[in-house]
Design a binder for this molecule. Structure first.
Ligand code: ZN
Length: 107
């Protein structure tokens, strides 16, 4: 197996993994209102994919998962989002902790 081929295959696996994370994220959003427990399960699956493939979770998805208690965060429901000096500050009402990420516009 050539190096180039191996690299292409690795990229393909990562593409598929990213797609799966987005699909699970959509499911988590859809199920939250009626089955918040399922949303938690989807979050767990997203984290598993990220760890197994040693890749980071896309930023938009990451900002919807509490990094302390891994709750699925829904703005105006169990989470509060505000901007502060170039950071987005997310408060998780589930565990009462905050996290902050550098803020860049999501176009
Ligand atoms: Zn939390």
């Amino acid at each position: 197996m050539s190096r180039v081929f191996r690299k292409q295959q690795k990229n393909l696996i990562k593409d598929v993994a990213t797609q799966r994370m987005w699909r699970l994220f959509e499911l988590a959003k859809m199920e939250y209102a009626e089955h918040p427990d399922r949303s938690e399960r989807y979050v767990q699956l997203i984290r598993n994919i990220s760890m197994r493939n040693r890749m980071s979770i896309p930023r938009e998805i990451k900002s919807r998962i509490c990094k302390h208690c891994y709750a699925f965060l829904v703005p105006g429901n169990n989470a509060r989002y505000r901007l502060n000096e170039g950071y987005i500050v997310i408060f998780c009402k589930h565990c009462g902790k905050e996290m902050r990420y550098p803020y860049k516009r999501l176009d």
